[in-house]
Structures are given as structure tokens and as C-alpha cells.
Design a protein around this ligand. Structure first.
Ligand code: GLU
Ligand code: ZN
Length: 470
């Protein structure tokens, strides 16, 4: 049997920020195309003019690019709206062939006949032979008997009893095609071989397969990939959950980590591996192995993943990745006060302690600010009892002109001050850390103190102590 060329598509509707579920579908499609030496089409399904905005389309293109699906690696974007005439022509063709008929029933008419406001269409106009006319919808005549079998790479062969599929609308009263038809006509126009999309569309598949066949086009290979759920096993929703890829990107998730994580939503490589190079994912992914069960989008796990990816960077790569966070308009310091050399000196210690790049700024801001604001709760906790005495001793020790101002000597002096008051280093350094950095957590303390210098360090320690004595 001659195998046909593999052509897949990713067909988002530009009606909002780019959803992580869309990103996963895009990756699955891109990999299938690449493995088969086939083609990926990016089709923007923009036929709902009231909900589409061009900036959402730009957002999709830029998000895909971030994920490594760059312009030039796919066909398009093609816009569904540009195919409106083709959609209408297909509707007319189905009418001419007797596969569709006009209907002038309102919802109220249907409810009055069936007694059930949720009932499907009852076939009232099937044999009325209404000609086209303003306000008349065009309905597809579905078979009364038999089953429609959807051959789905992921889901096997789900069967849909034709009797349960109503004569569905394919064109509205104003003549425009509805999604079900437009989507099929575009797939045919783009010679799509495999429809890989979210499970949410599975119920559309039998209807769409009927349309494929009625238009004389055979049928595509279907693959409906599992829905994505939150920790409560609810379908991920943009009103309730953080679903915008853009938000994750802005928080400092690395594209490589995000891609790897998204691939695990419904698929897993063999063995215990979860973190693996993109090249291996691309080589090993198989649509046949995608699971049926809903995929849990676990933000905590993603975060941990991202931390692992951050730690796998070389220090120069990490510094490079941090640049947008260090130079952006929202940094808390004056841009001129930022010192790239100081950041570079602390980078390794920071790298091992962050999970997302937006956590970098609060780890180093105290190095580039004139004064820090103390976290009150942390300060209260760090200055209990003997800790205040340690702080006084530290100030005295750090003021000694012959104390060399370096990492090791500062460490030694602080440790010594703690011992004098019976406190271990951890407790002894707490008030110093809060006084100098404003916070109770951060990178190891002594290199920053060395870089901050004697007078700035002492000034902060004295200011903080004065608050207690004030
Ligand atoms: N535009 C549809 C969506 O965003 C996708 C339809 C399809 O992939 O067939 O859900
Ligand atoms: Zn009717």
C-alpha cells in the first residue's frame, strides 16, 4: 500500500493567551512531522471574528518560536478566515449532493416538539425540501443506523452510534460555515493526513469523519491526546488555573525544561527517565504510546524540573539566562548600580538555589541597593536573646582595622563571635544576614559581605541594631 505523505497541523484559535495544552499539541505535531520527514502546518482558526485578536496570533507565533517551533520550520501561518469561500462552497456541494438540507427551525420550535430544551435536532425539516433562504441553517443528514468508527492512534477504535448523532448544522442562517465544517475543509485544503489534537475534540470526530467522507476525501488518521487536569483532577481552565505559557515564560522557566515537561503530559519515555535531552525525546516519542488517562499538570514538579535544568547550565550559561531578569524595567535597583562582576562572582551560589529565574533578583538585590528593607518577621526571629549580643560582637569584630576583609576571615570572625555567646554559626549569622540582605534566606553570606565592603556592611549592621536599641 502506498503510504501517503505525512502532513499534520496545529490549529489554535487566537482567542486568548497561549494555553499549555496547545503547546503540548504543537510539540506532539511537530515531532510527528519531523520523525516522518513530513510537514507541519500552523493554521490559525480565526473564523470567530468576535473573539479573535491579532495580538493573540502574534503570541502564538512567539510562544511556538520559544519552544523551538520557529517560523520556517512549518507552513503558514495560514488563516482559516481566508478560506471562507471554500467553506461555503463545500456546504453548497453537500447540499447539491443531497447530503445536507435547509432548516428554519428555531431552538424554541425544536423544544416545543420534543419537550426537552436540551434535546438534539429532531429531523423535522429533513424531507421538507426547503430551498436556501435568509435565516435558514444548513444541516448535515446523518445516517439513522449503524456506527461510525473513529480509528484513533491513541484511543483505539471508539464507536459512535449514528442514531445518537443529530443532523448537525454545517452552515449558519447567514451562509457562513460553522467550525465543524470549516475545520474539515481546511484540513482537506491543506492535505492533512493526521489530526492530532486534544481529547476535547473527540466528540467532533465522528461528525467530521462523516464530512470527510461526504466530501469524497477518505478519512484522516485521528489522534486525540488526553485532557490536562489540575491537582483536583479538574480540566485545566484559564479562569481557574495558571495555563498561559507566557506566564511561565515570564516567571523564568527555561524553554528546554518547559518542552521536556509538556511532553510528559500524556507520554513517558521508557525506563525511569523523565528529564532527557530534546534529541532523545524527538527520537523516542511515539503517538502510539500516548496514554488515555488525563494528564496532571503539576506545577510543583515543573518547578523542580526547571531547577534541575538550571543547575545543568554552565555558570556562563546561567549568567546569560539571567540577563532579562537583571536588566528588565522592573529591577529594584538603579540600573547604574548593577555590577555585572559582582553578579558573576555570586552566580554559582545563586544558581544552585533557584528553581525559576525570577527568584534570582531577590537573592542578589541587596548587593545593588543603597539600603535594604528588613523583613520584620525575619528580623524579630533573628534577634532573639543572645543573638543581639552576637550582633554587637560582630560589629566590634568587623570594625577591627586589622581584620582582613575577605570571605574566610569574616566567616572566622562571625563564628568566633557566636561561640563567645554560646551560639552555633547558623544562629549567630541570622541577625547579620537579615540586617545586610533584608531576608532570612539567600546565598552563603560571606562572599557577598566581602564584595559589599567593610563600610557598607557595618553601616547596615549598625542601622539595624539601632532599631532594636532605638
Ligand atoms: N481550533 C481548535 C482549538 O483550538 C482546534 C481544532 C483542531 O485541532 O481540530 O481547540
Ligand atoms: Zn428544521
Amino acid at each position: 500500500m502506498a503510504s501517503r505523505e505525512i502532513r499534520v497541523r496545529f490549529a489554535p484559535s487566537p482567542t486568548g493567551l497561549f494555553h499549555v495544552g496547545g503547546a503540548r499539541s504543537a510539540l506532539f505535531n511537530a515531532i510527528v512531522a519531523r520523525q516522518a520527514g513530513g510537514s507541519l502546518v500552523l493554521r490559525i482558526e480565526d473564523t470567530d471574528a468576535s473573539r479573535n485578536r491579532p495580538e493573540w496570533t502574534d503570541g502564538i507565533i512567539s510562544a511556538l518560536d520559544w519552544l523551538g517551533i520557529s517560523p520556517g520550520t512549518y507552513e503558514g501561518p495560514v488563516f482559516s478566515s481566508a478560506n471562507a469561500e471554500l467553506h461555503t462552497a463545500a456546504a453548497e456541494k453537500l447540499y447539491a449532493a443531497g447530503r445536507a438540507y435547509y432548516c428554519d427551525c428555531t431552538r424554541d420550535d425544536i423544544t416545543a416538539r420534543t419537550g426537552n430544551p436540551a434535546a438534539g435536532y429532531d429531523g423535522h425539516c429533513r424531507e421538507r425540501g426547503l430551498p436556501p433562504g435568509e435565516g435558514r441553517a444548513l444541516r448535515f443528514r446523518t445516517p439513522d443506523e449503524g456506527v461510525t468508527v473513529v480509528e484513533d492512534v491513541v484511543r483505539g477504535t471508539p464507536e459512535f452510534a449514528n442514531a445518537t448523532i443529530e443532523d448537525f448544522v454545517i452552515a449558519r442562517g447567514n451562509g457562513t460555515a460553522v467550525f465543524l465544517l470549516a475545520n474539515v475543509v481546511d484540513d482537506l485544503d491543506e492535505r492533512i493526513s493526521h489530526v492530532i489534537r486534544a481529547e476535547e475534540h473527540l466528540s467532533n470526530a465522528p461528525k467530521q469523519q462523516m464530512l470527510w467522507e461526504a466530501l469524497g476525501a477518505g478519512r484522516p488518521v485521528w489522534a486525540h491526546v488526553p485532557i490536562i487536569v489540575n491537582e483536583k483532577r479538574q480540566k485545566l481552565s484559564k479562569r481557574r488555573d495558571k495555563v498561559a505559557l507566557e506566564d511561565y515564560r515570564a516567571e523564568g522557566y527555561l524553554a528546554e525544561a518547559m518542552k521536556n515537561y509538556l511532553m510528559l503530559l500524556g507520554w513517558a519515555p521508557a525506563g525511569d527517565r523523565e528529564i532527557l535531552p530534546w534529541k532523545e525525546i524527538e527520537a523516542e516519542f511515539r503517538l502510539e504510546d500516548v496514554k488515555l488517562a488525563p494528564a496532571f499538570f503539576d506545577e510543583k514538579k515543573l518547578r523542580a524540573f526547571n531547577g534541575d535544568y538550571i543547575r545543568a547550565l554552565t555558570v556562563p550559561e546561567f549568567i546569560e539566562a539571567c540577563q532579562p531578569w537583571l536588566a528588565g524595567p522592573r529591577v529594584p535597583w538603579r540600573p547604574a548600580d548593577f555590577d555585572a562582576g559582582v553578579f558573576a562572582a555570586l552566580a554559582e551560589d545563586v544558581q544552585s538555589r533557584v528553581s525559576i529565574l525570577s527568584e534570582v533578583v531577590p537573592m542578589v538585590d541587596f548587593m545593588f541597593l543603597d539600603a535594604v528593607e528588613l523583613d520584620e518577621a525575619a528580623w524579630a526571629k533573628a534577634t532573639k536573646g543572645a543573638q543581639v549580643d552576637v550582633l554587637r560582637s560582630v560589629i566590634a569584630a568587623f570594625s577591627e582595622e586589622d581584620l582582613p576583609w575577605d570571605d574566610g576571615a569574616l566567616h572566622g570572625a562571625l563564628e568566633q563571635a557566636g561561640l563567645e555567646h554560646g551560639l552555633k554559626l547558623g544562629k549567630a549569622q541570622a541577625p547579620v544576614r537579615v540586617a545586610v540582605t533584608g531576608r532570612s534566606v539567600g546565598p552563603p553570606l560571606f562572599k557577598p559581605l566581602e564584595l559589599l565592603g567593610r563600610s557598607r556592611t557595618l553601616a547596615r549592621l549598625r542601622t539595624a541594631l539601632a532599631r532594636l536599641e532605638g
